[in-house]
Ligand binder design. Structure first.
Ligand code: GLN
Ligand code: ZN
Length: 756
């Protein structure tokens, strides 16, 4: 029995990867320096896996930004706006696609299946695919030559690649895949020629609700590959849920099939029991959770391996994590401050690989060799049980179906009366630039090098500065700026009970941006007001309304590592209950416009259509519960971004928020088209500019977005705002962009007046 890994975190134990990228982008290092650092990291990650005795070590999973972008660039799928004719892609083309450049808007970025990892969406419409290089081959040879590792190249399979891309007609799926197939075949052939003995072809889209017709198409694709290269050692890899067409998938003409026995594990296992597994294939079984940070119950996992062995011979069984370890931090080794009981039940990437090794030994009957590891596992789990952190979990029943007593149409006139806002009110999403200064202030205070009095004084000075800027800009609804927050989830988690924080538990979110998800280890509850002081201070400086700014229950849940002993709905409602206290505290302090952000509501959506409604029901219920008790005049806002929200407009409507702001510009206006088909009759602001780029959009550009939006949405309910919070931007460009935004809103108001 062999062990395998599907992907290793790129960011490095100390986020060296992030630092290298950012200093290159800031022109502090050269391209040569960047590439040298990246190579060092890449080899290091391979060495770690070698030391952990992983049998099949993935290569080519490393990237300089995103693995989907890598595939697009390898296949020459580079939108014309990034290339002068005849140009071959350079590193700056690559980063321009990811981040935008002076002349070209970045490619769209969206969430990778149901995770908080964002990939760069390939644009197929004006592409003429060609092979610009064979990146997996380069990775394979590097590992072989430098470290003597016979690695397992990882590529994103043709079906999933095209499903994740945009810019082709639905009914042209087959032709589109066909146009890429010769390139795939060449890449694979060259790998085989170079001696690769296993090639991981990721096809996570096979776990989504695909049609029988599409499944037949997938079969045809893999037959064609097989006809071109007989016996290519392909491991068709799925993850994040059970495959939809088990029998068809395991019949594909490949050497191995990778199935997730953790997420969707019950369904996969049941299918395995019912239909068996082909004798000539290898089953790569994901038996350790690659998406959460808890240690495995090794005895239980061993029992699972045992069950798998009833259907697959030992020598054709490969043990592996359920998905790439990209979704968990690198190692728990440096977590010195955590409670030992909690630390005892945590396993990040490296620790998960150790677990795999133990399970392999167990399966091989070398029980004696892993006796200590097993006992340690028993002890850690027993200690957690004994801690009592998880006992007496509140049930969610008292909050289910809570709803504001008045309908939106009843609230609307009383709110208009109260707020007296102009037509097309302008606002921002919450955060203002987190400059070096801001971050330094927070970090000095955290380290105890700055007194609380001094810290609060400085925070107030930032708030004051930005209230003044917003007033000068002429924005209608202001925000305090979120300077006290390093992260929209961590900030709340730190003040609620039931959360723990790692020192170094970083995970890549998009590009060089990493997040450090809190750990919900026990029951969540409210302890003290979290946002009232800053918001009230901001409000004291202006006559314009200041929006209170909270993170919603579903986002807090989805962006945390969550205890795995309770249904998610119970935890979501626990968080919602805690937030009700904060909402009340704000309202009592006179803050009666409150934004409850839910940018992550979409990513929790199950991948299979049949599971989605249940999720939406409890997610919507948790959001509504957090603010159901406010006065009719209190205006509840929410905000969402960087997901395919156009598919869930009904659920968004059900949230019953008075105003929603949604990112629109980064996704090139897709949301606007969505409203051609559905009506939306509550307050809504579609982001009029992308905030990921330092580029300052012109007034005309934003006016055009507003004009387009007003063809599908009523002007009387429309708001003007950027796509998302501005914390990653510099001050100068923020002010310049907002100035143009306010001018665009004014121009649009004028146009409406003349029309009327
Ligand atoms: N209020 C948050 C901010 O402006 C929202 C961030 C987000 O949507 N991710 O930063
Ligand atoms: Zn956002």
């Amino acid at each position: 029995m062999l062990t395998s890994n599907l992907g290793y975190p790129r960011i490095g134990e100390n986020r060296e990867w992030k630092k290298a990228l950012e200093s290159f982008w800031a022109n502090d290092t050269t391209e040569e320096q960047l590439l040298a650092t990246m190579k060092e990291l890449r080899l290091n990650h391979l060495r770690v896996q070698q030391e952990q005795e992983v049998d099949l070590i993935p290569v080519g999973d490393f990237t300089l930004y995103d693995h989907v972008l890598d595939m697009a660039v390898m296949f020459g799928i580079i939108p014309k706006r990034f290339l002068q004719q005849g140009d071959t892609p350079t590193l700056s083309t690559y980063f321009a696609m990811a981040r935008g450049s002076k002349n070209a808007q970045a490619c769209e970025m969206t969430k990778w299946y149901n995770t908080n990892y964002h990939y760069i969406v390939p644009e197929l419409h004006d592409a003429a695919p060609r092979l610009t290089k064979n990146a997996p081959l380069e990775a394979y040879l590097e590992a072989k030559n430098e470290l003597g590792i016979d690695g397992k190249p990882v590529i994103l399979g043709p079906y999933s690649f095209v499903k994740l891309a945009k810019g082709y007609e639905e009914d042209k799926l087959q032709e589109t895949i066909q146009s890429l197939l010769p390139l795939y075949i060449q890449v694979i052939q060259e790998l085989v020629d170079a001696g690769a003995r296993s090639i991981q072809v990721d096809e996570p889209s096979l776990v989504t609700s695909i049609s029988a017709r599409e499944m037949a198409l997938v079969t045809r694709i893999y037959e064609q590959i097989n006809e071109a290269i007989a016996d290519a050692p392909l491991f068709l890899q799925t993850y994040f849920d059970a495959v939809t067409f088990y029998e068809e998938v395991v019949s594909l003409p490949v050497k191995g099939i990778g199935l997730d026995f953790v997420h969707g594990g019950a369904k996969n296992l049941e299918a395995l029991r019912t239909f068996g597994f082909p004798e000539d294939k290898v089953l790569a079984a994901g038996i350790i959770d690659g998406r959460n940070i808890w240690i495995s119950n090794l005895r239980e996992r061993h029992e699972l391996v045992h069950q798998l062995e009833q259907h697959v011979a030992k020598d054709r069984l490969v043990l592996q994590p359920s998905c790439s370890l990209l979704h968990v931090p690198v190692t728990t080794k440096r977590e010195e401050k955590l409670d030992p009981t909690l630390l005892g039940v945590l396993a990040f990437a490296n620790e998960k690989l150790t677990e795999l090794h133990t399970l392999k030994q167990l399966a091989a009957g070398n029980e004696a060799e892993v006796k200590e590891a097993l006992e340690a596992n028993d002890d850690a789990l027993a200690a957690l049980e004994k801690s009592g952190w998880r006992s007496g979990a509140a049930t969610s029943h008292n909050l289910e179906n809570k709803k504001r007593p008045q309908s939106f149409n009843e609230r609307r006139p009383v709110q208009e009366e109260k707020w007296q806002l102009p037509l097309l009110p302008t606002t921002t999403i919450g955060s203002f630039p987190q400059t070096k200064d801001v971050r330094r202030t927070r970090s000095l205070w955290r380290k105890g090098e700055l007194s609380t009095v001094e810290y609060e004084r400085t925070m107030k000075s930032y708030i004051e500065k930005w209230i003044n800027i917003q007033e000068e800009l002429g924005l209608d609804v202001l925000v305090h700026g979120e300077f006290e927050r390093n992260d929209m989830v961590e900030f709340f988690g730190e003040k609620l009970d039931g959360f723990a924080f790692t020192a170094n538990g970083w995970v890549q979110s998009y590009g060089s941006r990493c997040v450090k998800p809190p750990i919900i280890y026990g029951n969540v509850s409210f302890t003290e007001p979290m946002t009232v002081a800053e918001t009230v201070y901001a409000q004291s400086l202006t006559d314009k309304p200041v929006k209170g700014m909270l993170t919603g229950p579903v986002t807090i849940l989805n962006w945390s590592f969550v205890r795995d002993d309770l249904p998610l709905t119970v935890i979501a409602h626990q968080i919602a209950e805690a937030l009700t206290h904060e909402v009340t505290a704000l309202e009592e302090a006179g803050i009666e416009m409150i934004q409850i952000d839910e940018p992550a509501i979409r990513e929790g959506l199950p991948l299979k259509a049949e599971d989605q409604q249940e999720y939406l029901d409890w997610a919507v219920s948790a959001f509504r519960a957090s603010c159901a008790h406010v006065k009719a005049t209190t205006q509840i806002h929410t905000h969402m971004c960087y997901s395919e929200f156009h598919e869930m407009i009904e659920a968004i409507d059900d949230l019953d928020a008075d105003v929603i702001s949604i990112e629109t510009s980064r996704s090139h206006g897709e949301m606007i088209s969505a409203f051609e088909k559905t009506t939306y009759e509550k307050g809504i602001g579609l982001g009029v500019y992308d905030i990921h780029s330092p580029r300052v959009p012109s007034e005309e550009e934003m006016l055009n977005v507003i004009r387009r939006a007003l063809t599908v949405l009523p002007a009387s309910l429309f708001w003007v705002n950027p796509d998302c919070g501005l914390k990653t931007r510099a001050e100068k460009e923020t002010v310049a962009a907002l100035k143009n935004m306010v001018a665009a809103a004014r121009a649009a108001r004028e146009e409406l007046k003349t029309k009327a």
